[in-house]
Design a protein around this ligand. Structure first.
Ligand SMILES: Nc1ncnc2c1ncn2[C@@H]1O[C@H](COP(=O)(O)OP(=O)(O)OP(=O)(O)O)[C@@H](O)[C@H]1O
Length: 263
């Protein structure tokens, strides 16, 4: 872990858009940050739009969880650290982005990922002052004062899939993303329109890999393949539902432009 001037020089490479070593768990403190605004909050964490030296990023900070409490896998079968690596939403998202980076796909079907960070206590306190109702990070008793962990990505300036016209280009972009993931051993696991963002120039990205499975995974190949199939079905169901909505909204006429590919 780095801090002080080293850390500054490390982050300056973020601003040049040169590649970073992924998942280094550097520490991010308030003095590096020009502005930080909450833009999303979900079951696994909170997402902030962040300005560092004139550039804008998205920082997803994760709630702590105890995977042992919700996984169906028997306690004795795997060590706690293995379970965490495979089921903890932060590590699940890290594993997906690590695979994307390792396969040379960074910035293609998902926002460009710059790596993982921890925020220091001062930044956590600043966020607590800015957003008092969002100051609890669900720390587990065994974690003590462990820093909140997060993933730094490109801020994607787009709207959710439900808010755009389903053209061939958009539908194709969504499916290409699924194929891109599956090709490198990722299943998304949370297929909903809110997890697909589309920019005005029709770039399509999948976000939110916190429920994903990335190979190798302790679930084994069969369960992995089952989930891959169910994700693909969910994609077609999602298009179907969105196109039905399109039937009652006049400008959504392009529902006829696609036919299911996976079902
Ligand atoms: N890279 C990004 N660029 C712009 N906005 C983003 C980015 N990542 C996430 N967001 C916004 O933050 C919201 C929450 O992000 P995300 O779905 O990853 O969090 P989550 O806690 O896993 O949510 P949920 O539990 O609802 O699935 C998204 O719906 C989106 O609006």
């Amino acid at each position: 872990m780095k801090s002080g001037p080293d850390h500054d020089s490390h982050l300056s490479s973020v601003n040049d858009h040169s590649p970073l070593e992924p998942f280094i768990l550097d520490i991010l403190g308030p003095r590096l940050i020009e502005s930080i605004v909450l833009i999303g909050s979900g079951g696994h964490g909170r997402v902030f739009r962040l300005n560092l030296r004139g550039h804008t990023y998205a920082l997803k900070l994760f709630f702590s969880t105890n995977p042992l409490a919700y996984t169906t896998i028997r306690r004795g079968q795997h060590s706690e650290s293995t379970l965490r690596t495979h089921y903890d939403p932060f590590f699940a998202e890290c594993r997906a982005y690590a695979s994307i980076i390792a396969h040379g796909a960074n910035g293609t079907f998902a926002p460009f990922c710059y790596g993982s960070v921890m925020i220091d206590r001062a930044l956590e306190l600043r966020l607590g002052r800015l957003y008092p109702e969002h100051s609890d990070w669900n720390r587990q008793p065994e974690q003590g004062n462990e820093c909140v962990k997060g993933i730094l990505t490109e801020f994607f300036d787009g709207v959710e899939l439900a808010g755009v016209e389903l053209t061939r280009e958009v539908v194709g972009g969504v499916r290409d993303g699924v194929e891109g993931m599956n090709k490198i051993g990722i299943v998304h696991g949370d297929v909903f329109p809110k997890n697909v963002l589309v920019s005005t120039d029709k770039r399509v990205v999948w976000i939110d890999f916190s429920a994903s499975w990335t190979l190798p995974h302790i679930v084994g190949d069969l369960k992995y393949q089952d989930r891959q199939k169910s994700d693909r079905k969910s994609v077609e169901l999602m298009f179907h539902v969105l196109s039905l909505v399109g039937l009652i909204i006049p400008h959504f006429v392009s529902h006829l432009l696609f036919s299911p590919r996976y079902c």
